[in-house]
Design a protein around this ligand. Structure first.
Ligand code: COA
Length: 260
C-alpha cells in the first residue's frame, strides 16, 4: 500500500512504521492520521507482522504533535471530529493484539506523546523531550492523553504535565514511568530492534492474550481482573504453544511456537 506520509518496512516478523514528515517534525496532519489508521488496521490482521516498531523520520523528532496549521481555525464539530479520528488511531494501536514499540528519538509532544503512550512500550534517546504542551495553544490533549497519562504516571504527575504544558527530559520521563528505558541516540534503534526481536520469537497467541489480560484488566477492579486472568490462563494453558513451551523447557531445547 502506498502512503504519502509514512514508510512501512517489514523484516523477520518486525514491521517498522516511520512517520515521515521530517521538515514538519513529523507533525500529525489529518492525512497522516488517516494513513496510520489504515496502516495499523492492516497490520492487525497481517500474519507476517509479529511486532511493530513506530518511529519518526529524521534526527530531531518522534512526532511534534498534531499539525498546528490544522488546529488554528477549527469549529467545535471539526475539533471533535479531529479528536475522534486521533483517538481511533490510538485505540487501534493500543488494542492491536501485538506489541507496538515506540522508539522516541527526539520530540514527542502533544499528539506525538499521545501516540507514544498508546504504544505497548516506549524507549527514548537521551536527548528526547516529551510533553503535552496543548494548554499553551489554548487546547487540551485530544488523542486520549488526558486519560492514558494518568494511568501511566498517576493523577498528580499527569495533571502537572497537562496543566503546565512543560516539556520533560527522557530521563525524567523514565523516572515517572512514561518511558520504559533511555538509550544513547546512537544505540536507540539497535536496542529497540533487539527487544522487538525477543518479542518476535514468542508465540503471537501468548502475547495477544497477555496484552488482553493487562489492558482489559486495567478497566476492572482487581477481583474482576483476576477472573479475566484465570479465564485467559485457561485459554493459554491448553494451547499448542503452552505444550511446546513447557516440553522445550523440560527437554532443555528452544521452543518452536506455532502461534496456536
Ligand atoms: N504542527 C505543525 N508544524 C510543526 C509542528 C506542529 N505540531 N511542530 C513543528 N512544526 C514545524 C514548524 O512550524 C517548522 O516548520 P517551518 O520550517 O515550515 O517553519 C518545522 O516544523 C521545524 O520546527 P521549529 O519550530 O522551527 O523547530 P525548533 O527546533 O525551533 O522547535 C519544537 C522544536 C518542537 C520545540 C517546536 O517546533 C514546537 O514547539 N512545536 C509545536 C509543539 C506542540 O505544541 N505540539 C502540540 C500540538 S497539539
Amino acid at each position: 500500500m502506498a502512503f504519502n506520509n509514512i514508510l512501512v518496512e517489514a523484516s523477520a516478523g518486525i514491521t517498522t512504521v516511520t512517520v515521515n514528515r521530517p521538515d514538519k517534525l513529523n507533525a500529525l496532519n489529518t492525512e497522516t492520521i488517516c494513513e496510520l489508521n489504515q496502516c495499523f488496521t492492516g497490520l492487525a490482521s497481517d500474519d507476517e507482522t509479529r511486532v511493530v516498531v513506530l518511529r519518526g523520520a529524521g534526527e530531531k523528532a518522534f512526532v511534534a504533535g498534531a499539525d498546528i496549521n490544522e488546529l488554528a481555525q477549527m469549529t467545535a464539530p471539526e475539533a471533535e471530529l479531529l479528536s475522534r479520528g486521533g483517538q481511533k488511531l490510538m485505540n487501534c494501536i493500543e488494542n492491536l493484539g501485538k506489541p507496538v514499540i515506540a522508539a522516541v528519538g527526539g520530540f514527542a509532544l502533544g499528539g506525538g506523546c499521545e501516540l507514544a503512550m498508546a504504544c505497548t512500550f516506549r524507549y527514548a534517546s537521551a536527548t528526547a523531550k516529551l510533553g503535552l504542551p496543548e494548554t499553551g495553544l489554548g487546547l487540551i490533549p485530544g488523542f486520549g492523553g488526558t486519560q492514558r497519562l494518568s494511568r501511566l504516571v498517576g493523577r498528580g504527575r499527569a495533571l502537572e504535565l497537562v496543566l503546565t504544558g512543560n516539556m520533560i527530559s527522557a530521563e525524567e520521563a523514565c523516572i515517572m514511568g512514561l518511558v520504559n528505558k533511555v538509550f544513547t541516540c546512537d544505540d536507540l534503534m539497535d536496542e529497540v530492534m533487539k527487544i522487538a526481536g525477543v518479542l518476535a520469537s514468542k508465540s503471537t497467541l501468548t502475547l495477544k492474550i497477555a496484552l488482553q489480560a493487562v489492558n482489559n484488566g486495567l478497566n476492572m477492579n482487581q477481583d474482576s481482573g483476576c477472573q479475566l486472568e484465570a479465564a485467559l490462563f485457561g485459554v493459554c494453558g491448553a494451547s499448542d504453544d503452552a505444550r511446546e513451551g513447557c516440553a522445550a523447557f523440560l527437554g532443555k531445547r528452544k521452543p518452536e511456537f506455532k502461534d496456536s
